[in-house]
Design a protein around this ligand. Sequence first.
Ligand SMILES: Nc1ncnc2c1ncn2[C@@H]1O[C@H](COP(=O)(O)OP(=O)(O)O)[C@@H](O)[C@H]1O
Ligand SMILES: [Mg+2]
Length: 289
Amino acid sequence: MAIIKTEHLSHVYSPGTPFEKTAIGDVNLEIEQGDFVGVIGHTGSGKSTLIQHLNGLLEPTSGKVWVDGKDIWENKKQIRQVRFLVGMVFQYPEYQLFEETVFRDIAFGPTNMGLSEEEIKQSVLEAMEFVGLDPSYADKSPFDLSGGQKRRVAIAGVIAMRPKVLILDEPTAGLDPKGRDMILNQIKSYHEKTGSTILLVSHSMEDIAKFAKKVLVINQSKVFAYDTVEKVFSRREELIEMGLNIPQISNVFHTLAQKGYPVSERVYTVQAAKEELLRVLRERGAAHD
Ligand SMILES: Nc1ncnc2c1ncn2[C@@H]1O[C@H](COP(=O)(O)OP(=O)(O)O)[C@@H](O)[C@H]1O
Ligand SMILES: [Mg+2]
């Protein structure tokens, strides 16, 4: 069963004013439980607007959103429950830290959920482990931490609610390459260990190709494509025309294939590139025997 489903979902900002803007229009989407979905699209295409509908932060202008089989706006009083089920990490989430200690910041969500003290403690420590924060950080002030550490505290605060779906809007923006890799690997291991569904909005096609199974492409407020990484990135010309990048390594293999080398063009990660080159070398080697 789809954990998230939208039907004819549209959102218009400032309707009836000169600033009226259809940010998403007629989005029909089904995301299966346990999928790791990369979300890409030009700035202003509607990515943030779309994902904020999936945990009830924005109410559709028209259309419907189902989470775990329930129409989330059927009973407005239950919208809070949806926010526990679908956790959202905003862009630059560290600006939302406000408690005196790391522990209390991460405990904010589980406390709101009404968990017992023991359960809260357990979920905070577990979340800290997922994001690679040593338990000794629990009593520190979040404001004494580095940028990357603050971000991990913010992500832990969402993970601590043990959401079935975790949505992250550009979680690595502004971090150095080491910090980026660390966070993405932690998200990957969270996904693998818990079987939760992940939606990762990113500008980095390399990151999407490396971590996601499926790619959702939003273009001009509509779904352009929702398919496997291979199928989406094989639509190279259309993506480039749309102003999106494709993984750099794909460009290398595209050029090699164009020049007549016997390599596949369907190479989207450095790991796949290595395997493809080894395959070609092995076949050549065999040919010489
Ligand atoms: N609060 C808002 N009020 C009015 N327009 C908005 C608001 N938020 C976003 N928009 C507009 O909606 C469109 C989609 O924005 P957004 O969902 O933020 O796209 P993305 O996340 O892909 O950059 C853009 O044209 C943006 O200017
Ligand atoms: Mg955005």
